[in-house]
Design a protein around this ligand. Structure first.
Ligand SMILES: Nc1ncnc2c1ncn2[C@@H]1O[C@H](COP(=O)(O)OP(=O)(O)OP(=O)(O)O)[C@@H](O)[C@H]1O
Ligand SMILES: [Mg+2]
Length: 330
């Protein structure tokens, strides 16, 4: 680990205006990503994963504000001026979205889309950018790169378009890639191909990645460390292997039990109840209403994150229930 992380989120809080009040969407999120490290952020829909990425890139929707610290190599991202921010977004970090079609202008060619960022910032001339993009396309197995450059998004399949997104993200040689459910919108048959390509590129270039997904199995397999989010906050974080092998938070354990397993023949058990948003939690542990281990204290008092066995866990009862969780998992 390096002394200063590449990206450091500290007590990040995101809220949005709603009928004259403010609604909390992300609460007290602290998370760091080191150079060449991959971090997974996992949680159910609405847990605040995308909002966390948006805050880290300062791409929050209108009316939403971020408080706390977002530091990139010591740079105070929440305080950057327009010019510094443009540079940060176009050269230091890159974003790969869930649904490529929703984020690409259908009237512009692939070449225009892929090269506009690096040409705009003066990092490359247009010719250089096209040359480098074609090389990158060849590297990631897009045949006939020159012809693809002249095509429009609708002429490409979803899987191919997501590969183009990967090319656009990597072309400026960013230090960190935010990958927000990069394969969820794709056909199952191409999901693993696109994921493999992304991982290979990330590793070869020693680029860091913050990988957002609801798929704990996938995240554990491809990242070094994991942060599990529930109701806008991180409930457990630690190394991916340890969390996967022995979850300490009941929510993480629930996520692991609720997915179909190919390794063991057993019926997946869904976590009862529905996920809540951060603003729906008034007091107590946000997971208490769905937690089989919740007590009166859990319902009354919000647990802080604390260190347990090299893990950071927000649960009052970690020590008491550790063995019970283990029994349930086997
Ligand atoms: N533009 C917005 N204005 C107000 N609230 C929003 C906005 N976008 C998202 N939210 C709310 O913020 C919370 C967190 O949303 P976010 O998109 O970060 O979830 P997520 O974890 O990425 O979920 P998913 O897995 O579905 O992508 C949710 O309760 C959502 O309804
Ligand atoms: Mg999302």
């Amino acid at each position: 680990m390096t002394a200063t992380p590449l990206l450091d989120l500290h007590d990040l809080h995101v809220s949005v205006r709603h009928r004259g009040t403010r609604r909390t969407l992300v609460r007290d999120v602290s998370l760091s990503v080191d150079a060449a490290e991959s971090i997974g952020v996992v949680g159910e829909s609405g847990s605040g994963k995308s909002m966390t990425i948006k805050a880290a890139m300062r791409l929050l929707p209108p009316g939403a504000t971020a408080e706390g610290h977002v530091r990139f190599e010591g740079l105070d991202v929440l305080k950057l001026d327009r010019r510094e921010l443009a540079r940060y977004r176009s050269r230091d970090v890159a974003l790969i979205h869930q649904d490529p079609r929703a984020h690409i202008n259908p009237t512009r060619t692939i070449a225009q889309f892929v090269t506009e960022g690096v040409v705009h910032t003066g990092q490359m001339t247009r010719d250089e950018a096209i040359e480098r993009a074609c090389d990158l396309m060849a590297d990631i197995g897009i045949p006939d790169a020159r012809r693809r450059m002249g095509q429009f998004p609708h002429q490409l399949s979803g899987g191919l378009l997501q590969r183009v997104m990967i090319v656009a993200a990597l072309l400026p040689s960013p230090r960190l890639v935010f990958a927000d459910e990069p394969t969820t919108a794709l056909d199952v048959t191409v999901q693993s191909d696109v994921m493999a390509i992304l991982l290979e590129q990330i590793r070869d270039r020693r680029v860091s990645m913050l990988f957002v997904t609801h798929d704990l199995d996938l995240a554990a397999a491809v990242t070094d460390r994991l942060a599990v989010m529930y109701a806008g906050t991180i409930v457990e974080s630690g190394t991916s292997t340890e969390i996967y092998q022995r979850p300490l938070h009941p929510y993480t354990a629930g996520l692991l039990q609720s997915r179909p397993s190919t390794a063991k023949v057993r019926r997946p058990t869904a976590i009862p109840g529905r996920p809540v948003a951060a603003y729906e939690v008034d007091q107590g542990c946000s997971f208490a209403p769905r937690c089989p281990f919740a007590t009166d204290r859990c319902r009354a008092e919000r647990p802080d994150r604390r260190l347990v066995e090299d893990r950071s866990v927000a649960c009052h009862r970690v020590e008491e229930i550790a063995d019970l969780l283990k029994e349930r998992a086997t």
